[in-house]
Design a protein around this ligand. Structure first.
Ligand code: ME8
Length: 588
Protein backbone atom coordinates (compact mmCIF):
# COMPACT_ATOMS: atom_id res chain seq x y z
CA UNK A 1 0.00 0.00 0.00
CA UNK A 2 1.56 3.39 -0.94
CA UNK A 3 2.53 5.54 1.98
CA UNK A 4 0.83 8.89 2.47
CA UNK A 5 3.08 11.96 2.85
CA UNK A 6 3.65 13.07 6.42
CA UNK A 7 0.99 15.36 7.72
CA UNK A 8 2.20 18.68 9.14
CA UNK A 9 2.26 19.14 12.87
CA UNK A 10 -1.26 19.60 14.13
CA UNK A 11 -2.59 20.37 17.58
CA UNK A 12 -3.85 17.21 19.21
CA UNK A 13 -7.60 17.02 19.23
CA UNK A 14 -9.13 14.78 21.88
CA UNK A 15 -10.01 11.32 20.61
CA UNK A 16 -13.61 10.62 19.68
CA UNK A 17 -15.61 8.97 22.47
CA UNK A 18 -15.58 5.20 22.54
CA UNK A 19 -18.35 3.37 20.78
CA UNK A 20 -21.06 2.24 23.17
CA UNK A 21 -22.86 -0.15 20.86
CA UNK A 22 -19.93 -2.46 20.22
CA UNK A 23 -20.95 -5.90 19.08
CA UNK A 24 -19.02 -8.66 17.32
CA UNK A 25 -15.95 -10.51 18.56
CA UNK A 26 -13.76 -8.95 21.23
CA UNK A 27 -10.08 -9.88 21.49
CA UNK A 28 -8.18 -8.75 24.58
CA UNK A 29 -4.48 -9.32 25.20
CA UNK A 30 -1.89 -8.73 27.92
CA UNK A 31 1.83 -8.30 27.38
CA UNK A 32 3.58 -11.64 27.29
CA UNK A 33 5.76 -11.55 30.37
CA UNK A 34 9.47 -12.18 30.55
CA UNK A 35 9.76 -15.72 31.71
CA UNK A 36 12.82 -14.96 33.80
CA UNK A 37 10.80 -12.99 36.35
CA UNK A 38 8.69 -14.16 39.22
CA UNK A 39 5.00 -13.28 38.79
CA UNK A 40 4.27 -10.10 40.72
CA UNK A 41 1.47 -7.61 41.22
CA UNK A 42 2.22 -5.85 37.92
CA UNK A 43 1.83 -9.00 35.83
CA UNK A 44 -1.24 -10.02 37.83
CA UNK A 45 -2.75 -6.57 37.51
CA UNK A 46 -2.65 -6.23 33.73
CA UNK A 47 -3.86 -9.80 33.36
CA UNK A 48 -6.63 -9.13 35.89
CA UNK A 49 -7.75 -6.12 33.85
CA UNK A 50 -7.88 -8.33 30.80
CA UNK A 51 -9.83 -10.96 32.74
CA UNK A 52 -12.34 -8.41 34.03
CA UNK A 53 -12.71 -6.90 30.54
CA UNK A 54 -13.14 -10.39 29.03
CA UNK A 55 -15.79 -11.28 31.60
CA UNK A 56 -17.59 -7.98 31.06
CA UNK A 57 -17.78 -8.48 27.32
CA UNK A 58 -18.83 -12.12 27.69
CA UNK A 59 -21.57 -10.92 30.02
CA UNK A 60 -22.58 -8.33 27.43
CA UNK A 61 -23.05 -11.24 25.04
CA UNK A 62 -19.94 -10.94 22.88
CA UNK A 63 -17.70 -13.65 21.50
CA UNK A 64 -14.49 -13.06 23.48
CA UNK A 65 -10.94 -14.28 23.08
CA UNK A 66 -8.51 -13.50 25.92
CA UNK A 67 -4.81 -14.18 25.44
CA UNK A 68 -1.87 -14.03 27.82
CA UNK A 69 1.46 -15.83 28.00
CA UNK A 70 5.22 -15.66 28.34
CA UNK A 71 8.01 -14.06 26.31
CA UNK A 72 10.84 -16.57 26.40
CA UNK A 73 13.56 -15.78 23.90
CA UNK A 74 15.42 -13.14 25.89
CA UNK A 75 19.20 -13.51 26.23
CA UNK A 76 18.94 -13.53 29.99
CA UNK A 77 16.90 -16.75 29.89
CA UNK A 78 19.91 -18.47 28.35
CA UNK A 79 22.24 -16.95 30.92
CA UNK A 80 20.15 -17.84 33.97
CA UNK A 81 19.48 -21.35 32.68
CA UNK A 82 23.22 -21.88 32.27
CA UNK A 83 23.86 -20.65 35.81
CA UNK A 84 21.37 -23.21 37.06
CA UNK A 85 22.64 -26.07 34.96
CA UNK A 86 19.41 -26.24 32.98
CA UNK A 87 18.62 -25.94 29.30
CA UNK A 88 16.90 -22.67 28.34
CA UNK A 89 13.74 -24.67 27.65
CA UNK A 90 13.79 -26.39 31.04
CA UNK A 91 14.21 -23.08 32.82
CA UNK A 92 11.57 -21.38 30.69
CA UNK A 93 9.11 -24.21 31.32
CA UNK A 94 9.63 -24.01 35.08
CA UNK A 95 8.90 -20.32 35.10
CA UNK A 96 6.10 -20.37 32.54
CA UNK A 97 4.44 -22.87 34.90
CA UNK A 98 4.77 -20.37 37.73
CA UNK A 99 2.92 -17.80 35.66
CA UNK A 100 0.23 -20.32 34.83
CA UNK A 101 -0.14 -21.24 38.50
CA UNK A 102 -0.30 -17.57 39.53
CA UNK A 103 -2.96 -16.88 36.91
CA UNK A 104 -4.95 -19.93 38.03
CA UNK A 105 -4.84 -18.68 41.57
CA UNK A 106 -6.12 -15.28 40.41
CA UNK A 107 -9.09 -17.00 38.74
CA UNK A 108 -8.23 -15.79 35.24
CA UNK A 109 -10.24 -17.11 32.32
CA UNK A 110 -7.75 -16.73 29.46
CA UNK A 111 -8.64 -18.73 26.39
CA UNK A 112 -5.03 -19.49 25.58
CA UNK A 113 -1.58 -19.07 27.10
CA UNK A 114 1.13 -18.54 24.54
CA UNK A 115 4.77 -19.41 25.07
CA UNK A 116 6.94 -17.89 22.37
CA UNK A 117 9.12 -21.02 22.40
CA UNK A 118 6.23 -23.02 20.94
CA UNK A 119 6.37 -24.06 17.29
CA UNK A 120 2.94 -22.57 16.56
CA UNK A 121 4.29 -19.14 17.45
CA UNK A 122 7.77 -19.51 15.97
CA UNK A 123 6.61 -20.77 12.60
CA UNK A 124 4.09 -18.02 12.02
CA UNK A 125 6.29 -15.24 13.38
CA UNK A 126 9.05 -16.39 11.06
CA UNK A 127 6.65 -16.30 8.11
CA UNK A 128 5.67 -12.70 8.96
CA UNK A 129 9.34 -11.67 9.03
CA UNK A 130 9.85 -13.27 5.61
CA UNK A 131 6.84 -11.36 4.26
CA UNK A 132 8.35 -8.11 5.53
CA UNK A 133 11.66 -8.96 3.87
CA UNK A 134 9.83 -9.71 0.61
CA UNK A 135 7.91 -6.45 0.71
CA UNK A 136 11.11 -4.46 1.30
CA UNK A 137 9.99 -3.38 4.77
CA UNK A 138 12.92 -5.20 6.34
CA UNK A 139 16.38 -4.48 4.91
CA UNK A 140 20.05 -4.87 5.89
CA UNK A 141 22.01 -1.92 7.31
CA UNK A 142 24.61 -0.82 9.87
CA UNK A 143 23.56 -0.02 13.34
CA UNK A 144 25.45 1.70 16.10
CA UNK A 145 23.66 2.39 19.31
CA UNK A 146 23.26 2.07 23.02
CA UNK A 147 22.04 -1.34 24.00
CA UNK A 148 20.49 -2.15 27.34
CA UNK A 149 21.38 -5.81 27.97
CA UNK A 150 19.21 -5.95 31.09
CA UNK A 151 16.12 -5.01 29.06
CA UNK A 152 17.14 -6.47 25.71
CA UNK A 153 16.52 -3.24 23.88
CA UNK A 154 18.31 -0.33 22.31
CA UNK A 155 17.73 3.09 23.81
CA UNK A 156 18.05 6.39 21.97
CA UNK A 157 21.04 8.68 22.47
CA UNK A 158 18.82 11.14 24.35
CA UNK A 159 17.56 8.51 26.77
CA UNK A 160 21.06 7.04 27.22
CA UNK A 161 22.49 10.48 28.03
CA UNK A 162 19.67 11.36 30.36
CA UNK A 163 20.42 8.25 32.42
CA UNK A 164 24.20 8.71 32.27
CA UNK A 165 24.56 5.72 29.97
CA UNK A 166 22.84 3.37 32.40
CA UNK A 167 19.65 1.44 31.86
CA UNK A 168 16.65 3.71 32.45
CA UNK A 169 14.87 0.70 33.96
CA UNK A 170 17.45 -1.28 35.95
CA UNK A 171 20.28 1.26 36.25
CA UNK A 172 22.81 -1.26 34.91
CA UNK A 173 25.39 0.03 32.37
CA UNK A 174 24.45 0.39 28.72
CA UNK A 175 26.71 -1.06 26.03
CA UNK A 176 27.72 0.64 22.79
CA UNK A 177 27.05 -1.82 20.01
CA UNK A 178 27.82 -1.62 16.29
CA UNK A 179 26.19 -4.30 14.25
CA UNK A 180 25.11 -5.19 10.80
CA UNK A 181 21.47 -5.78 11.33
CA UNK A 182 18.22 -6.08 9.60
CA UNK A 183 16.01 -3.05 10.03
CA UNK A 184 12.30 -2.50 9.87
CA UNK A 185 11.48 0.64 7.88
CA UNK A 186 9.38 2.27 10.59
CA UNK A 187 10.33 5.65 9.12
CA UNK A 188 8.02 4.98 6.17
CA UNK A 189 4.94 4.91 8.35
CA UNK A 190 5.04 8.16 10.28
CA UNK A 191 2.24 9.85 8.32
CA UNK A 192 0.11 6.74 8.27
CA UNK A 193 0.50 6.31 12.03
CA UNK A 194 -0.34 9.92 12.79
CA UNK A 195 -3.56 9.59 10.82
CA UNK A 196 -4.52 6.44 12.71
CA UNK A 197 -4.17 8.22 16.05
CA UNK A 198 -5.88 11.39 14.92
CA UNK A 199 -8.84 9.57 13.44
CA UNK A 200 -8.85 7.18 16.42
CA UNK A 201 -8.73 4.16 14.10
CA UNK A 202 -6.20 3.18 16.69
CA UNK A 203 -7.33 4.48 20.07
CA UNK A 204 -4.36 5.11 22.34
CA UNK A 205 -5.63 5.39 25.92
CA UNK A 206 -5.59 7.05 28.36
CA UNK A 207 -5.36 10.41 26.67
CA UNK A 208 -2.08 11.36 28.36
CA UNK A 209 -0.49 8.37 26.64
CA UNK A 210 -1.95 9.32 23.28
CA UNK A 211 -0.48 12.80 23.60
CA UNK A 212 2.86 11.27 24.53
CA UNK A 213 2.86 9.14 21.40
CA UNK A 214 1.85 12.04 19.16
CA UNK A 215 4.57 14.19 20.75
CA UNK A 216 7.23 11.57 20.10
CA UNK A 217 6.03 11.08 16.54
CA UNK A 218 6.85 14.73 15.91
CA UNK A 219 10.53 13.98 16.58
CA UNK A 220 10.41 11.72 13.54
CA UNK A 221 10.73 7.97 13.24
CA UNK A 222 13.82 5.94 12.54
CA UNK A 223 14.39 2.47 11.23
CA UNK A 224 14.16 -0.17 13.94
CA UNK A 225 16.74 -2.96 14.23
CA UNK A 226 15.00 -6.33 14.09
CA UNK A 227 17.87 -8.80 14.24
CA UNK A 228 21.21 -9.62 15.83
CA UNK A 229 24.05 -11.57 14.32
CA UNK A 230 24.48 -14.90 16.11
CA UNK A 231 27.86 -15.19 17.81
CA UNK A 232 29.86 -18.36 18.10
CA UNK A 233 28.84 -20.34 21.14
CA UNK A 234 25.39 -18.72 21.33
CA UNK A 235 22.71 -21.14 22.42
CA UNK A 236 20.17 -22.13 19.84
CA UNK A 237 17.38 -20.10 21.39
CA UNK A 238 14.95 -17.79 19.62
CA UNK A 239 13.90 -17.44 16.01
CA UNK A 240 16.40 -17.13 13.16
CA UNK A 241 15.92 -14.65 10.35
CA UNK A 242 14.23 -16.83 7.73
CA UNK A 243 16.25 -15.27 4.90
CA UNK A 244 19.57 -15.23 6.79
CA UNK A 245 20.03 -17.86 9.51
CA UNK A 246 23.21 -16.14 10.73
CA UNK A 247 20.87 -13.64 12.37
CA UNK A 248 18.41 -14.03 15.15
CA UNK A 249 15.17 -12.04 15.27
CA UNK A 250 15.29 -9.40 17.97
CA UNK A 251 13.14 -10.64 20.85
CA UNK A 252 10.81 -7.65 20.92
CA UNK A 253 9.87 -7.89 17.27
CA UNK A 254 9.11 -11.55 17.58
CA UNK A 255 7.21 -11.09 20.85
CA UNK A 256 4.84 -8.52 19.34
CA UNK A 257 3.90 -11.05 16.68
CA UNK A 258 2.25 -13.25 19.34
CA UNK A 259 -0.93 -11.20 19.18
CA UNK A 260 -1.40 -12.29 15.59
CA UNK A 261 0.27 -15.72 15.59
CA UNK A 262 -2.19 -16.97 18.19
CA UNK A 263 -5.29 -16.09 16.17
CA UNK A 264 -3.87 -16.68 12.69
CA UNK A 265 -5.70 -19.94 12.06
CA UNK A 266 -9.12 -20.58 10.54
CA UNK A 267 -11.11 -21.04 13.76
CA UNK A 268 -9.65 -17.90 15.35
CA UNK A 269 -9.24 -15.58 12.41
CA UNK A 270 -12.55 -13.94 13.33
CA UNK A 271 -10.72 -12.26 16.24
CA UNK A 272 -8.41 -10.23 13.99
CA UNK A 273 -9.96 -7.64 11.69
CA UNK A 274 -9.66 -8.01 7.94
CA UNK A 275 -9.45 -4.88 5.79
CA UNK A 276 -12.44 -6.04 3.74
CA UNK A 277 -14.29 -8.23 6.20
CA UNK A 278 -15.34 -8.64 9.81
CA UNK A 279 -14.31 -5.95 12.25
CA UNK A 280 -13.77 -7.47 15.68
CA UNK A 281 -12.41 -5.24 18.41
CA UNK A 282 -8.78 -5.85 19.35
CA UNK A 283 -7.63 -4.42 22.68
CA UNK A 284 -3.99 -4.58 23.78
CA UNK A 285 -3.46 -3.89 27.50
CA UNK A 286 -0.08 -3.10 29.05
CA UNK A 287 1.70 -0.58 31.28
CA UNK A 288 3.23 2.66 30.06
CA UNK A 289 6.74 1.14 29.88
CA UNK A 290 6.00 -0.65 26.65
CA UNK A 291 3.56 1.74 25.02
CA UNK A 292 5.84 2.67 22.11
CA UNK A 293 6.24 -0.90 20.95
CA UNK A 294 2.49 -1.45 21.02
CA UNK A 295 1.21 1.89 19.77
CA UNK A 296 3.81 2.58 17.09
CA UNK A 297 6.04 -0.31 16.05
CA UNK A 298 3.40 -3.03 16.13
CA UNK A 299 0.67 -1.16 14.18
CA UNK A 300 3.27 -0.20 11.55
CA UNK A 301 4.43 -3.83 11.28
CA UNK A 302 0.83 -4.94 10.84
CA UNK A 303 0.23 -2.33 8.17
CA UNK A 304 3.35 -3.43 6.34
CA UNK A 305 2.02 -7.00 6.50
CA UNK A 306 -1.27 -5.86 4.97
CA UNK A 307 -3.09 -6.45 8.28
CA UNK A 308 -5.34 -4.10 10.21
CA UNK A 309 -3.92 -2.44 13.35
CA UNK A 310 -5.48 -3.03 16.80
CA UNK A 311 -8.51 -0.96 17.76
CA UNK A 312 -7.24 0.04 21.21
CA UNK A 313 -3.85 0.26 22.86
CA UNK A 314 -4.36 0.90 26.56
CA UNK A 315 -1.28 1.67 28.66
CA UNK A 316 -1.99 2.00 32.35
CA UNK A 317 0.35 3.50 34.96
CA UNK A 318 2.29 1.63 37.68
CA UNK A 319 1.64 0.08 41.02
CA UNK A 320 3.98 1.26 43.72
CA UNK A 321 4.20 -0.39 47.16
CA UNK A 322 3.57 1.44 50.45
CA UNK A 323 4.47 4.72 48.78
CA UNK A 324 7.72 3.51 47.14
CA UNK A 325 8.54 2.52 43.61
CA UNK A 326 8.95 -1.25 43.38
CA UNK A 327 12.36 -2.35 42.21
CA UNK A 328 14.63 -5.34 42.26
CA UNK A 329 17.27 -3.42 44.18
CA UNK A 330 14.80 -2.45 46.93
CA UNK A 331 13.43 -5.99 46.88
CA UNK A 332 9.95 -4.65 47.52
CA UNK A 333 7.99 -6.20 44.68
CA UNK A 334 4.60 -7.42 45.79
CA UNK A 335 4.83 -10.95 44.50
CA UNK A 336 2.18 -13.53 43.90
CA UNK A 337 2.66 -15.19 47.30
CA UNK A 338 1.87 -11.87 48.97
CA UNK A 339 -1.34 -11.60 46.95
CA UNK A 340 -2.13 -15.17 47.91
CA UNK A 341 -1.75 -14.25 51.56
CA UNK A 342 -4.24 -11.40 51.07
CA UNK A 343 -6.55 -13.79 49.25
CA UNK A 344 -6.31 -16.27 52.09
CA UNK A 345 -7.25 -13.75 54.75
CA UNK A 346 -9.70 -11.50 52.91
CA UNK A 347 -10.82 -13.68 49.94
CA UNK A 348 -9.52 -13.73 46.41
CA UNK A 349 -12.41 -11.59 45.22
CA UNK A 350 -11.42 -8.79 47.57
CA UNK A 351 -7.93 -8.81 46.04
CA UNK A 352 -9.44 -8.69 42.56
CA UNK A 353 -11.77 -5.89 43.64
CA UNK A 354 -9.06 -3.80 45.26
CA UNK A 355 -6.65 -4.15 42.35
CA UNK A 356 -9.24 -3.38 39.69
CA UNK A 357 -10.96 -0.45 41.36
CA UNK A 358 -7.96 1.14 43.09
CA UNK A 359 -5.26 0.33 40.56
CA UNK A 360 -3.36 2.57 38.13
CA UNK A 361 -5.90 2.17 35.34
CA UNK A 362 -5.51 5.76 34.23
CA UNK A 363 -2.34 7.82 33.88
CA UNK A 364 -1.55 8.06 37.61
CA UNK A 365 0.43 5.52 39.61
CA UNK A 366 -1.41 3.75 42.44
CA UNK A 367 -0.16 2.68 45.83
CA UNK A 368 -0.65 -0.79 47.24
CA UNK A 369 -0.83 0.14 50.91
CA UNK A 370 -2.20 -2.25 53.51
CA UNK A 371 -4.20 0.42 55.35
CA UNK A 372 -5.89 1.42 52.13
CA UNK A 373 -6.66 -2.19 51.28
CA UNK A 374 -8.47 -2.66 54.59
CA UNK A 375 -10.30 0.65 54.23
CA UNK A 376 -11.60 -0.25 50.76
CA UNK A 377 -12.38 -3.80 51.84
CA UNK A 378 -14.54 -2.60 54.72
CA UNK A 379 -16.21 0.25 52.85
CA UNK A 380 -17.02 -1.43 49.53
CA UNK A 381 -17.29 -5.08 50.46
CA UNK A 382 -17.95 -5.83 54.15
CA UNK A 383 -20.09 -2.73 54.78
CA UNK A 384 -21.09 -2.38 51.13
CA UNK A 385 -22.35 -5.22 48.98
CA UNK A 386 -21.77 -7.83 51.72
CA UNK A 387 -23.85 -5.98 54.29
CA UNK A 388 -26.62 -5.08 51.83
CA UNK A 389 -26.93 -8.72 50.76
CA UNK A 390 -27.08 -9.95 54.40
CA UNK A 391 -29.64 -7.34 55.42
CA UNK A 392 -31.96 -8.22 52.55
CA UNK A 393 -31.44 -11.99 52.92
CA UNK A 394 -32.05 -11.82 56.68
CA UNK A 395 -35.20 -9.74 56.41
CA UNK A 396 -36.66 -11.99 53.73
CA UNK A 397 -35.88 -14.98 55.96
CA UNK A 398 -37.43 -13.35 58.98
CA UNK A 399 -40.53 -11.71 57.50
CA UNK A 400 -41.25 -13.96 54.50
CA UNK A 401 -39.91 -17.37 55.54
CA UNK A 402 -37.10 -17.12 53.03
CA UNK A 403 -39.35 -16.70 50.02
CA UNK A 404 -39.03 -13.67 47.75
CA UNK A 405 -41.95 -11.32 48.40
CA UNK A 406 -44.21 -9.91 45.70
CA UNK A 407 -43.85 -6.22 44.85
CA UNK A 408 -47.45 -6.28 43.65
CA UNK A 409 -46.62 -4.36 40.49
CA UNK A 410 -45.07 -1.46 42.39
CA UNK A 411 -41.71 -0.38 40.87
CA UNK A 412 -41.22 3.04 42.40
CA UNK A 413 -41.51 4.50 45.89
CA UNK A 414 -40.85 7.85 47.43
CA UNK A 415 -39.19 7.36 50.76
CA UNK A 416 -37.92 9.53 53.56
CA UNK A 417 -39.17 12.86 54.77
CA UNK A 418 -38.32 16.49 54.16
CA UNK A 419 -34.88 17.04 52.66
CA UNK A 420 -33.93 13.40 52.77
CA UNK A 421 -36.98 12.34 50.73
CA UNK A 422 -36.05 10.60 47.52
CA UNK A 423 -37.90 8.78 44.81
CA UNK A 424 -36.62 5.34 43.99
CA UNK A 425 -37.77 4.46 40.52
CA UNK A 426 -35.96 1.15 40.35
CA UNK A 427 -36.48 0.35 36.70
CA UNK A 428 -34.83 3.57 35.61
CA UNK A 429 -32.15 3.44 38.32
CA UNK A 430 -31.03 -0.04 37.32
CA UNK A 431 -31.20 0.86 33.62
CA UNK A 432 -28.97 3.88 34.28
CA UNK A 433 -26.44 1.67 36.07
CA UNK A 434 -26.53 -0.76 33.17
CA UNK A 435 -25.92 2.08 30.69
CA UNK A 436 -22.90 3.31 32.68
CA UNK A 437 -21.55 -0.23 32.89
CA UNK A 438 -21.88 -0.78 29.13
CA UNK A 439 -20.35 2.56 28.22
CA UNK A 440 -17.44 2.22 30.63
CA UNK A 441 -16.70 -1.36 29.57
CA UNK A 442 -16.42 -0.19 25.96
CA UNK A 443 -13.81 2.40 26.93
CA UNK A 444 -11.75 0.12 29.23
CA UNK A 445 -13.24 2.10 32.13
CA UNK A 446 -13.35 -1.05 34.21
CA UNK A 447 -13.44 0.63 37.61
CA UNK A 448 -16.26 2.91 36.43
CA UNK A 449 -18.22 -0.10 35.19
CA UNK A 450 -17.81 -1.96 38.48
CA UNK A 451 -18.68 1.10 40.51
CA UNK A 452 -22.00 1.24 38.68
CA UNK A 453 -22.71 -2.10 40.38
CA UNK A 454 -21.47 -0.94 43.76
CA UNK A 455 -23.55 2.25 43.39
CA UNK A 456 -26.71 0.16 43.01
CA UNK A 457 -25.88 -1.85 46.09
CA UNK A 458 -25.28 1.36 48.02
CA UNK A 459 -28.65 2.62 46.75
CA UNK A 460 -30.26 -0.46 48.28
CA UNK A 461 -28.60 0.30 51.58
CA UNK A 462 -29.79 3.91 51.51
CA UNK A 463 -33.29 2.77 50.52
CA UNK A 464 -33.45 0.46 53.52
CA UNK A 465 -32.31 3.36 55.69
CA UNK A 466 -35.08 5.60 54.37
CA UNK A 467 -37.94 3.09 54.18
CA UNK A 468 -37.05 1.25 57.40
CA UNK A 469 -38.63 -2.11 56.54
CA UNK A 470 -37.60 -3.47 59.97
CA UNK A 471 -39.83 -0.81 61.61
CA UNK A 472 -42.71 -1.47 59.24
CA UNK A 473 -42.46 -5.18 60.12
CA UNK A 474 -43.10 -4.31 63.78
CA UNK A 475 -46.29 -2.47 62.92
CA UNK A 476 -47.92 -4.51 60.19
CA UNK A 477 -51.46 -3.68 61.27
CA UNK A 478 -50.78 -0.02 62.05
CA UNK A 479 -51.48 3.08 59.98
CA UNK A 480 -50.12 2.74 56.44
CA UNK A 481 -46.61 4.19 56.19
CA UNK A 482 -46.90 4.39 52.43
CA UNK A 483 -50.03 5.81 50.92
CA UNK A 484 -52.28 3.38 49.10
CA UNK A 485 -50.67 0.24 50.52
CA UNK A 486 -51.12 -1.86 53.61
CA UNK A 487 -47.97 -2.13 55.68
CA UNK A 488 -47.61 -5.78 54.70
CA UNK A 489 -47.77 -4.79 51.03
CA UNK A 490 -45.25 -2.01 51.60
CA UNK A 491 -42.86 -4.37 53.38
CA UNK A 492 -43.15 -6.88 50.53
CA UNK A 493 -42.62 -4.23 47.87
CA UNK A 494 -39.57 -2.75 49.60
CA UNK A 495 -37.86 -6.09 50.08
CA UNK A 496 -38.73 -7.25 46.58
CA UNK A 497 -37.15 -4.06 45.25
CA UNK A 498 -34.06 -4.58 47.35
CA UNK A 499 -33.60 -8.18 46.24
CA UNK A 500 -34.08 -7.41 42.56
CA UNK A 501 -31.79 -4.36 42.66
CA UNK A 502 -29.10 -6.43 44.38
CA UNK A 503 -29.49 -9.19 41.82
CA UNK A 504 -28.80 -6.63 39.08
CA UNK A 505 -25.92 -5.14 41.09
CA UNK A 506 -24.43 -8.62 41.43
CA UNK A 507 -24.34 -9.03 37.65
CA UNK A 508 -22.36 -5.81 37.28
CA UNK A 509 -20.00 -6.78 40.12
CA UNK A 510 -19.44 -10.33 38.88
CA UNK A 511 -16.57 -9.58 36.46
CA UNK A 512 -14.39 -8.59 39.44
CA UNK A 513 -15.93 -10.89 42.06
CA UNK A 514 -17.03 -14.09 40.33
CA UNK A 515 -16.75 -16.31 43.43
CA UNK A 516 -18.71 -14.16 45.84
CA UNK A 517 -21.39 -13.25 43.33
CA UNK A 518 -21.61 -16.93 42.40
CA UNK A 519 -22.20 -17.64 46.11
CA UNK A 520 -24.95 -15.02 46.26
CA UNK A 521 -26.58 -16.48 43.13
CA UNK A 522 -26.55 -19.94 44.67
CA UNK A 523 -28.11 -18.65 47.89
CA UNK A 524 -30.75 -16.69 46.05
CA UNK A 525 -31.38 -19.24 43.31
CA UNK A 526 -30.84 -16.68 40.61
CA UNK A 527 -27.75 -17.83 38.73
CA UNK A 528 -27.63 -16.42 35.19
CA UNK A 529 -25.08 -19.07 34.24
CA UNK A 530 -26.10 -22.01 32.10
CA UNK A 531 -24.61 -24.24 34.79
CA UNK A 532 -24.54 -22.48 38.18
CA UNK A 533 -21.66 -24.73 39.26
CA UNK A 534 -19.54 -23.94 36.24
CA UNK A 535 -18.40 -20.33 35.86
CA UNK A 536 -17.27 -21.05 32.29
CA UNK A 537 -20.64 -22.41 31.16
CA UNK A 538 -21.80 -19.14 29.62
CA UNK A 539 -24.77 -16.90 30.37
CA UNK A 540 -28.41 -17.66 29.72
CA UNK A 541 -28.84 -14.32 27.95
CA UNK A 542 -26.92 -11.11 27.27
CA UNK A 543 -26.72 -8.59 30.09
CA UNK A 544 -29.32 -6.29 28.54
CA UNK A 545 -31.88 -9.08 29.10
CA UNK A 546 -30.47 -10.49 32.32
CA UNK A 547 -30.52 -7.08 33.97
CA UNK A 548 -33.96 -6.04 32.87
CA UNK A 549 -36.09 -4.94 35.80
CA UNK A 550 -39.01 -7.32 36.09
CA UNK A 551 -37.83 -9.22 33.01
CA UNK A 552 -37.68 -12.97 32.40
CA UNK A 553 -34.60 -13.35 34.63
CA UNK A 554 -35.80 -11.30 37.58
CA UNK A 555 -36.44 -12.68 41.04
CA UNK A 556 -39.90 -14.25 41.08
CA UNK A 557 -42.29 -14.06 44.02
CA UNK A 558 -41.93 -17.21 46.11
CA UNK A 559 -38.37 -17.89 44.93
CA UNK A 560 -36.15 -19.30 47.72
CA UNK A 561 -33.79 -16.72 49.15
CA UNK A 562 -31.41 -18.43 51.56
CA UNK A 563 -29.62 -16.26 54.10
CA UNK A 564 -26.25 -17.87 53.53
CA UNK A 565 -23.03 -16.86 55.26
CA UNK A 566 -21.79 -13.28 55.22
CA UNK A 567 -19.99 -12.69 51.91
CA UNK A 568 -17.29 -10.57 53.55
CA UNK A 569 -16.46 -10.42 57.28
CA UNK A 570 -15.45 -7.00 58.56
CA UNK A 571 -11.69 -6.56 58.77
CA UNK A 572 -9.79 -5.18 61.72
CA UNK A 573 -7.89 -2.09 60.65
CA UNK A 574 -5.28 -2.70 63.33
CA UNK A 575 -4.32 -6.14 62.09
CA UNK A 576 -0.83 -6.46 60.55
CA UNK A 577 -0.59 -7.12 56.83
CA UNK A 578 -0.79 -10.82 55.98
CA UNK A 579 2.61 -12.36 55.48
CA UNK A 580 3.57 -14.26 52.37
CA UNK A 581 4.25 -17.94 53.00
CA UNK A 582 7.90 -17.51 52.02
CA UNK A 583 9.98 -16.30 49.10
CA UNK A 584 10.12 -18.72 46.22
CA UNK A 585 13.23 -19.75 44.42
CA UNK A 586 12.95 -18.27 40.96
CA UNK A 587 14.12 -15.40 38.85
CA UNK A 588 17.47 -13.81 38.32
O1 ME8 B 1 7.96 -5.94 28.89
N1 ME8 B 1 2.64 -1.81 37.73
O2 ME8 B 1 7.58 -8.03 29.82
P1 ME8 B 1 7.59 -7.72 31.38
C1 ME8 B 1 1.76 -2.24 36.81
N2 ME8 B 1 8.12 -9.20 27.58
N3 ME8 B 1 2.06 -3.12 35.85
C2 ME8 B 1 3.30 -3.60 35.80
C3 ME8 B 1 4.29 -3.19 36.72
C4 ME8 B 1 3.91 -2.25 37.73
N4 ME8 B 1 4.74 -1.82 38.67
N5 ME8 B 1 5.43 -3.82 36.41
C5 ME8 B 1 5.17 -4.62 35.34
C6 ME8 B 1 7.84 -7.15 28.80
N6 ME8 B 1 3.88 -4.49 34.97
C7 ME8 B 1 7.83 -7.82 27.45
C8 ME8 B 1 6.48 -7.60 26.81
S1 ME8 B 1 4.70 -7.86 24.86
C9 ME8 B 1 4.74 -8.28 23.23
C10 ME8 B 1 6.33 -8.13 25.42
C11 ME8 B 1 3.22 -5.22 33.89
O3 ME8 B 1 7.63 -9.06 32.03
C12 ME8 B 1 2.74 -4.27 32.80
O4 ME8 B 1 1.74 -4.90 32.06
O5 ME8 B 1 8.65 -6.76 31.72
C13 ME8 B 1 3.99 -4.12 31.96
O6 ME8 B 1 3.72 -3.58 30.70
C14 ME8 B 1 4.44 -5.56 31.92
O7 ME8 B 1 4.16 -6.06 33.25
C15 ME8 B 1 5.89 -5.76 31.57
O8 ME8 B 1 6.16 -7.12 31.66
Amino acid sequence: MPDKPNTPEAPTAPPPPPSTSATGPYYVTTPIYYVNDRPHIGHCYTTLLADVAARMHRLLGRDVFFLTGTDEHAEKVVKTAQERGLSPMEWATQNADRFRAAFDFMGFTHDDFVRTSEARHKERASAYIQRLVDSGDIELGDYEGWYDPSQEEYVTETVAKEHEYNSPVTGRPLEKRVEQNYFFRLDKYEGWLRERFESADVRVLPEARRNEVLGRLRDGLQKVPVSRRIKEGDADWGIRMPNDPEHRVYVWIEALCNYLTMVDEPARRKYWPRPDGAQPEVVHLMAKDILWFHAVIWPAMLHALGETPPSTVYAHAYWIAEGRKMSKSLGNFIEIDQLEAYGERYSLDSVRWFLTTQGPLGATDADFAHARFVEVYNADLANGIGNAASRVGNMIAKYFDGEAPDAGGCTSLTAGEGESAATYDWASRTQAALDVFTREAAGVGLAGALNAGLGLSNDVDAYIGLTRPFSIAKDLDGDPVIEGMSNREALAAILAHCAEALRIASLLLWPAMPEKMGELWRNWNCSPLNDPEDPRSGFKAPLSELAQWGGAHSIQPGQRIAKGEALFMRADVKEDPPQAAGAQDAGA
